[in-house]
Design a protein around this ligand. Sequence first.
Ligand code: ZN
Length: 240
Amino acid sequence: MYAVLSDVHSNLEALQSVLKDIKRRGVREVLFLGDAVGYGPDPDRCLTLLQEECEILIAGNHDWGVCGLTGIDSFNENARAAIMWTKTVMRPENINALGTAPVRVDLGDKGITLVHSTPWEPEKWHYLLYLAEAESNFQHFDTAVCLIGHSHSPVIIERRLSGGLSTNKKGVDMGTGNRYIINVGSVGQPRDGDPRACYTLVDEERVEIVKVPYRVEITQKKMTRAGLPLFLVERLAVGM
Ligand code: ZN
């Protein structure tokens, strides 16, 4: 079984709570789908913890924004402010490490593809928000399962052998021959209306979206002290 994390966004309290939940369940293999940094107050500690705990680390658009591989102009005002702040506080060797992670990994033997955004042009950071986009993205990976992040909204998209598509936001028993695009949600800045940290458990038979409470107010206090934008501080409490 894999625990799959994405979009930690420098939120150490959320990451620690999720890792504790994973250990409590006895799950050993942890995969990370990108955006270790951006938005939150603990970029160095989050990256280090992810490097220690995860078998594979994928790069996200905020990681590329901080290390300079993606232009800062492609981000909105609040995201940009957080990226600029992150550049000033983060250790140079950690900033460099952000630029060395791959944007896509295909684990053919395990039947899993990993990307931050979409299997189609992963380095262009497209969003997958509609079923029509899912349909076309199914043509851009060969494995049964593609795990994604980026939108911060967890969802399991199932493509049945017959070609029909359906979605589920909690958990699914996987059918033989069916294919899946699974958005694993965001550990550090959920946007599905639930402020709890989110990650996903996957094995050959089942996928399950997991929510874990954490001390949001501690992260918020650190963000305020760091002078990060108020909008980013407040959204953590509502999960939007
Ligand atoms: Zn993100």
